[in-house]
Design a binder for this molecule. Structure first.
Ligand SMILES: [Ca+2]
Ligand SMILES: [Ca+2]
Length: 379
């Protein structure tokens, strides 16, 4: 068994200096950061957990791929069940996916879920909202389940759904829609596969979307040319960052700009599986190149851009969970540039990264049992 918690042995002697700007003219302050800069504490376990989000009361919702929505009291580790989740098609990379709160959750109790739906031999991601009622025994129930979006068309196979969700500061709903391992749909505006989607909270299409005039599913599209995007986050300036899995090499972190084409499958900094070459991003300056990329791959599966107080030296940096890399990848964002800064081995595939209300960082392991880990500064 893994130890319950691991102290950063020799943290002081192996301390790494981290530079931090003072925000004004004058000498930069030197801030000493322990290495690693956090201790990890397991809090609960789940069956292949996929995503989590915190409620205003400090508890958290956790999705499990097999279709269960759980409510965890992170102070005690006790876990309850939220019933009323729609039937989910489980298999391959698909099942119950992301969970986020409506920006007005405190008043309307509305959450958003993504999951996979089957139609005959075909599959596709759908997004619904629902009203969450909590009971007094540590669980809850969903009602008024209402569909807001779906992948078009449903196709065979159970990979590359993406289906990560986020709200921006203006209340628009963002959805990552993967290429479903079908390649060409990412460049086909007759589908919403391989795209980043921007909608109003009820699923209607904002008239200022870049392809609104084309109608159909094209009107939903903000950007195209994407592969499999499992992390989406806004920075403090409102810039949208999305990471995507490359094929054999070429994982990407992209800065998302209105109406742009991010190249898949025309260009990639990786090759097809088996080695067949794909032209690199540098061959097509008309297509948006990633701000950071990884070969060998990290298999990025979830991301936050840190904004809390508990880790002052983390602010404004991205933290990405890695599946194949079994690591937490720390990326420095400098305006519109990005570069990996540190990599922390976690010994398990990391599926989800979340920031708690007190600034702690929370991770979900992609396993059964998969642990919920709390990362806090060393004492
Ligand atoms: Ca989350
Ligand atoms: Ca690309």
């Amino acid at each position: 068994m893994t130890p319950a918690a691991r102290a950063p042995a020799g943290a002081t002697s192996r301390a790494a200096d981290v530079e931090r700007g003072t925000g004004g003219p004058g000498p930069r302050r030197r801030v000493v950061e322990p290495d690693p800069p956090f201790v990890r504490t397991p809090v609960a376990t789940f069956n292949q957990p996929w995503a989590m989000t915190f409620l205003p009361d400090g508890r958290a919702l956790v999705t499990e791929k097999a279709g269960q929505l759980k409510l965890v009291d992170v102070r005690t580790g006790s876990v309850g069940i939220v019933s009323g989740v729609p039937a989910v098609a489980v298999g391959g990379q698909g099942g119950l996916g992301d969970v986020i709160l409506h920006p007005g959750f405190a008043g309307n109790r509305r959450i958003y879920l993504s999951y996979i739906e089957r139609s005959g031999p075909n599959y596709g991601a759908v997004v619904v909202h629902a009203r969450l009622a909590l009971d007094t025994s540590g669980g809850g129930h969903l009602s008024q389940v209402t569909r807001v979006w779906e992948q078009v068309p449903k196709v065979t196979g159970q990979g590359h759904f993406s289906h990560r969700l986020a709200f921006d500061a203006s209340g628009k709903l963002w959805i990552t829609s993967g290429d479903r391992q079908k390649f060409d749909p990412a460049q086909d505006m007759g589908t919403n596969l391989g795209k980043i989607i921007r909608l109003d909270e009820d699923g209607s299409v904002p008239a200022d979307n870049p392809f609104f005039a084309q109608g159909g599913v094209a009107a939903q599209v903000w950007t195209l040319g994407h592969r499999n995007m499992l992390g989406i986050a806004f920075d403090a300036q409102g810039r949208l960052w999305v990471h995507e899995m490359g094929p054999e090499g070429g994982d990407e972190l992209n800065l998302i700009l209105r109406g742009r084409n991010y190249g898949w499958p025309l260009v990639s900094n990786g090759n097809h599986y088996g080695g067949a070459p794909i032209p690199g991003h540098s061959t097509r300056p008309d297509l948006e190149a990633p701000k950071a990329w990884w070969t060998p791959v990290i298999a990025p599966s979830g991301m936050i851009i840190y904004s809390g107080d508990l880790f002052p030296t983390f602010r404004g940096q991205a933290f990405i969970g890695g599946l194949a890399s079994q690591a937490l990848i720390r990326v420095r964002l400098d305006g519109t540039n990005a570069a990996e800064y540190r990599r922390y081995p976690m010994g398990q595939r990391i599926r989800e990264v979340e920031q708690g209300p007190d600034g702690a960082i929370w991770l979900l392991e992609d396993a059964n049992p998969g642990r919920l880990l709390k990362l806090t500064p060393p004492a």
